[in-house]
Design a binder for this molecule. Sequence first.
Ligand code: DP6
Length: 322
Amino acid sequence: MTTATAQAFSNIAFIKYWGNRDNELRLPVNGSISMNLDGLFSRTTVSFQPSLPFDELIINGREVVGKGLERVSFILDLIREKAGIKMNAEVMSENNFPSGAGIASSAAAFAALALAGSKAAGLDLSERELSVLARRGSGSASRSIPAGFVEWQVGKDEKDCYAYSIAPADHWNLVDCVAIVSSSHKKTGSTEGHAIAGTSPLQNARVADAPRRLEICRNAILKKDFDAFANIIEHDSDMMHAVMMTSNPPLIYWQSATVEIFHQVREWRASGLPVSYTVDAGANVHVLCLGEYAREVEKRLREVPGVKDVLVAGVGGGARIV
Ligand code: DP6
């Protein structure tokens, strides 16, 4: 086969990946846990063609050159090397969620690229090998290969650094209500952020404590203990942002509406509504709740000043060929 199309969902991290022990290989300093976001996907077609003089990348109908294309060609090179082929490829990718909405498009995009590209090259990689390959494009993409609730292990080495499912998508009816407070592109992307994480004096403490947080989060998910889950994901998100704010140069991703939502969510939880927040490298707030409360949470979020939109996603499956 020389053409294949794959689809992968984005994911939201509950225990965050922030900082690498090897930036080139994207080997993280700590493990992370996430859930795939049902319905928020990238669909990518890779087609290897002998007549193409260069790789070509088209995202949402627009040709992309420069850094974006280089990052994709880097993954295609790894695939070509494994498959023993030399052809260039045309890559066409669509996201069905607004770009710049603070939903990690790189996670969905590199997971879909790894799967479509390897299939198109005639390779039949295992889930683990696909997770390793997707990781080379974007660390969080390693977690968009397996289904449902996913843990990405630190691993001993390159090949051992992959993500796997800890519970299937139907294990727990969690819903992510993403409060969009800003849709402008962030000034400092994750890749640059990872590279300076070690300049914060708080990073070592955050990393040393990661096994504890991973265990609490993993157990809370497995036991469907929402209270324990809520406390640990807020704590982990706050810790990552403390590192970001104290790195050199400092990164402050929050807007005033971000902080307003933190206060609201904590008040709602104190008054009996099971909700919890987490924030990635952006201003938008992912508000997690049990499925039966999603409508109420969405309604309340829309009333918070500064909230421009709310996207709602349940737990998604793994990357697949379509
Ligand atoms: C804050 O996976 O986007 O969302 O490997 O450089 O592409 P690169 O970084 P990326 O980093 C994600 C950071 C985060 C936390 C997380 O998703 O775990």
